[in-house]
Ligand binder design. Sequence first.
Ligand code: ADE
Length: 261
Amino acid sequence: MGWEGSRSRHRIEASDYSGAFLFLPLHPSAPDQPNRTMPLKIDVLTLFPRMLDGFLAESILGKGIAAGHLGVAVHDLRTWSTDKHRTADDRPFGGGAGMVMKPEPVFAAMEQLQTPGCRRIYLTPDGGPFSMAIAEQLSREQHLILLSGHYEGIDQRIREKLIDQEISIGDYVLTNGTLAAAVVIDALARFIPGVLGEEKSLTHESFTSKLLDFPQYTRPAEFRGMSVPEVLLSGNHAEIEKWRAARQLEKTRSVRPDLLT
Ligand code: ADE
């Protein structure tokens, strides 16, 4: 079964698709991005596929997948291990602590999944920094393969021969790259037209303007002695805009002054 053939609601175990967990569109929609002929397809290669179960089924992302704006297949790398213990890692040449991801399963997986023009990304703390700009670029691709690394790293030949881009989601080390892959998927999905119900919610928020966000309030106007700033109740839109811009600047100066330089 290919991607396009499925009409199943997401989270099915497809024994005829390398044992992948598929999160596929219920009704693949006509894509409304220029140059796109099919919804974005993302393959995730990981040793911990179940880490992504809830994440892909829930919330705005789950709805975006069900509505046909993108499709995600999560693959267990051990599917491509050939020995009886389904080994995916081994001791490093030259010595040292920990284990290194073996090349054979990753090469076999990539060779099976890759398509002409697809972008192959390795999630690693020593990759280039992830950003809104990169999320936006990736949202315009046709096909992404996200490789999650584990242990002390992966065999260098994988990085040299199979990887187009290496991404770090921040200066800290996670136990594996699967959560980093989730972060990348979540951030890029928000740029796919239709995924966010209200298109305008992208335009005002932190980082699209290089300023952090302004404070938000909702009903009730008075809660446990704390009141909503008067200006927000005034109906004066020019004043509200002015107040919000001032709060954004104040917050950015205090928390992220580097964004202003
Ligand atoms: N794998 C482990 N830590 C990571 C990070 N910070 N970014 C991307 N992948 C990772």
